[in-house]
Design a protein around this ligand. Sequence first.
Ligand code: AFD
Ligand code: MN
Ligand code: MN
Length: 396
Amino acid sequence: MPVKQEEIIWNALDGFEIEIPSWGFANTGTRFGKFVQPAAATTTEEKLSDAGQVHRFTGCCPTVAVHVLWDFPDGGASAREVAEAADRHGVRIGAINPNVFQDQIYRYGSLASPLPEARRAALDHILDSIEIAKQTGSRDISLWFTDGSNYPGTANIRRRKGLFEEGLRAAHERLSDSQRLLVEYKPFEPAFYHTDIADWGMALLLARAAGPKAKVLVDTGHHYQAQNIEQIVAWLLAEDMLGGFHFNDRRYADDDLTLGSIDPYQVFRIFHEILFFQWETRRRPPVAYTIDQSHNLKPKIEEMIQTAATAQELFAKAALVDHAELARRQEARDLIEAEECLKSAFAVDVRPALRLWRRTKGLPEEPLAEFRASGYLERAARERGERNRGAVASYA
Ligand code: AFD
Ligand code: MN
Ligand code: MN
């Protein structure tokens, strides 16, 4: 590999971090059931321990996104202890994810519910989450809402839009100067007729209505099949409204599969739009990269290591696009050569340079193999097996 290419790859990897989700280590499943794994994490401490393994072997996952109801069972009194536990395992707490979709009170929605007590409960939980973020030192409060309706005529869509504007504005007022609200969108599921925040435009308008510290979060699984996600990314960058990503892949819907397992070129094109924007504008707005996947069948820690390594590879490939050449070819309407600027970068096998980068950082060249050799999984299965088998009994 030419030295120049290797340097570009190493510089890209030096600046690349991707956050891992606590919920990726616990037993999850689909609405048709879940297949528990003996080594799955059953406590917040175990999730943070597992996350620490991913960062220890990959070197690019220093922060962990947490889910308030699942990771702070006592509603957040333990925020400092959770942050200390993260530190013990070599990671930090990242985005705080409120949960306003599970409690019965949210039957007709959360911030957009027609029931004032439901709106109040949701706003109180989000405000509590902002306080938790202050205690864990987290910048982002990452909001996903299941609000919507299941049948035509059962909800006043315009009124619900107004309620969301009110609720998000009230939350935005409590942010500290360094905090952000990330507004995530999703076209469907679990609502079957309309979802209140269904696409990037709705998320953009609501984030703008909330205030200057609110941005849009793009979950790659939350788009209709034919949607051009990198075009959405380019528009949000141009509007200074791109807050970050939840990365996963999908074949059909919001499948939460491993990043790059179905369409790696799409992930490359998303990273390319960000790097091209940075090259053209000389600006690097804070864009949070986070994994949001549901590891149903693959071993959870191994899938997270696989995902992080794939993200590094695709980001390194995108960094190889010659932006000056691309701009010239676009200007000249030289279509084939402009496209070749992307295709040739995507075709480079960056794994040798990635392995060398790891070696210079004192990291294992093959993180997955090294993790497997560590025996961590076998120890976790011995320690946690009983509790997870219990989950099967209760689930059967
Ligand atoms: C589910 C939702 C959404 C959310 C995530 C974590 O579809 O992506 O961000 O759970 O709460 O995947
Ligand atoms: Mn998501
Ligand atoms: Mn999702």
